[in-house]
Design a protein around this ligand. Structure first.
Ligand code: ZN
Length: 180
């Protein structure tokens, strides 16, 4: 290979690298920062908006009682019920999977938390959106996510990675549906 050919090779490689960098700066960076998810960027800038907006909506709809029961009491209850999952769902309930922790499935907590109470299932497969693995394990959060997926609001809702074996019977749910 001549010096001229080698120089041309270096130059074209450098030019290609520069073109990639330019493409990244011109297309990807502005697109990802400025154009994608404007609603999330708005909420990130104005963190007070959901709280104040919700309390204001409760006041407009139901008056002062709406603020007390629809905002203050319900927010405190929601916070405590959510926190219960990391405490009570590690103390009370049953264990389907032999996970290296103390997580448990608790139907009462699952009803209160719209499915989070199937906590042993969650610890078994933490990346799966679905926590209630059988027809009798009601998981309203997962059903909501599936509904939003059908509407195109969310996508790539991750199914559990394997079918649970319950009493020797593989659960008859579509747990292995490929992610879109
Ligand atoms: Zn846990």
């Amino acid at each position: 290979m001549s010096r001229r050919q080698r120089a041309t090779g270096y130059l074209s490689t450098a030019l290609l690298a520069l073109m990639h960098l330019a493409l990244l700066l011109v297309l990807v960076v502005p697109f990802s920062r400025a154009a994608l998810y404007p609603e999330l960027r708005f909420l990130d800038r104005h963190k007070w908006f959901p709280i104040v907006g919700y309390a204001g909506a409760m006041y407009l709809v139901l008056g002062p009682a709406g603020v007390v029961w629809g905002f203050v009491v319900s927010t405190i209850a929601c916070l405590h019920v959510t926190a219960c999952i990391n405490s009570l769902a590690h103390v009370w309930g049953t264990r389907r999977f032999d996970t290296p922790d103390t997580s448990r499935n608790n139907a009462f907590l699952a009803i209160l938390t719209f499915g989070e109470g199937w906590h042993n299932n969650h610890h078994h497969d933490m990346l799966a959106a679905r926590q209630g693995l059988t027809p009798w394990e009601l998981d309203l959060t997962y059903l909501s996510l599936k509904a939003l997926e059908r509407l195109g609001v969310v996508w790539d809702v991750r199914p559990p990675s394997s079918r649970p074996r319950i009493g020797g019977i593989v659960a008859s749910l579509e747990l292995n549906a490929p992610a879109r």
